[in-house]
Design a protein around this ligand. Structure first.
Ligand SMILES: NS(=O)(=O)c1ccc(C(=O)NCc2cccc(F)c2F)cc1
Ligand SMILES: [Zn+2]
Length: 260
């Protein structure tokens, strides 16, 4: 299985083969096999404290669209869960498919969701900058939230309404008040494991916290993601879809659950 992963990574157009990551032993994303996850009673509830006024802008970086936050203070942080320090919110972004059958990066019992939200935080208690934290084993904490097709999501709609303004790569729009807590399910249950960034430089610096419950979004909202472009204005248009990395081998890791 491992070699097929290597082949898949090597063949996949968007990704460096793991052969170029020295000793890639904790790569992401992975399949979460529910029955193999281990309940850890010592895991604390995750505490999420976001200040909506720290929101800055939405940016199409040519791979996804990022909502970026002012991370110069501890105004928007997470603490608890599997984390030893508090971590500062820097940005959130999504991964999605061309159709509803796939799109998420992580899978649960080999099931794909149509999209996955990543809220990216960094350990500003220990490291002076995000760029340094990205290189350290305990540098980042990313909350993953699955999106499933269902009811209209009011909170997401304010974001969707702004997407036409960032259709092309390297476009930005001011977005100055948004509370990403509205995108996180109220159910406290999560899985957690030690992993990596899912885009280059693929550094093994992420404590993943994957929420068990998905949020519901409707078809129009998923279609709004799919009308974004990988390409800059004036280039031949390439729709921004299927911006997820292939599954990576679990290797010598266990996935812990905060619930029984
Ligand atoms: N999909 S994900 O949640 O795993 C993910 C999260 C963040 C980043 C990122 O910040 N990349 C830019 C980057 C990378 C390295 C160093 C940097 F300074 C930097 F900005 C990439 C992937
Ligand atoms: Zn991501």
């Amino acid at each position: 299985a491992c070699c097929s992963y290597r082949l898949r990574n090597a063949l996949h157009p968007l990704w460096q083969s793991p052969l170029s990551i020295p000793g890639g032993s904790r790569q992401s994303p992975i399949n979460i096999q529910w029955r193999d996850s281990i309940y850890d009673p010592f895991l604390k509830p995750l505490k999420i404290c976001y200040d909506p006024t720290t929101c800055l802008h939405i940016w199409n970086n040519g791979y996804s669209f990022l909502v970026e936050f002012d991370d110069s203070t501890d105004k928007s942080i997470i603490v608890g869960g599997p984390l030893e320090n508090q971590y500062r919110l820097k940005q959130f972004h999504f991964h999605w498919g061309a159709i509803n059958e796939w799109g998420s990066e992580h899978t649960v019992d080999s099931k794909f969701y149509p999209a996955e939200l990543h809220l990216v935080h960094w350990n500003a208690v220990v490291y002076p900058t995000f760029e340094e934290a990205v290189m350290e084993g305990n540098g980042l904490a990313v909350i993953g939230v699955f999106l499933k097709l269902g009811a209209h999501h009011e909170g997401l709609q304010t974001l969707v309404d702004a997407l036409p303004a960032v259709k092309h790569k390297d476009t930005v729009i001011e977005f100055d008040v948004f509370d990403p807590s509205c995108l996180i399910p109220s159910c406290p249950d999560y899985w957690t494991y030690a992993g990596s960034l899912t885009t280059p430089p693929l550094t093994e610096s992420v404590t993943w916290i994957i929420k068990k419950k998905p949020i519901e979004v409707d078809e129009n909202q998923l279609e709004a993601f799919r009308m974004l472009l990988f390409t800059s204005d004036g280039e031949e248009e390439k729709r921004m879809v299927d911006n997820f990395r292939p599954l990576q081998p679990l290797m010598n890791r266990t996935v812990r659950s905060s619930f029984q």
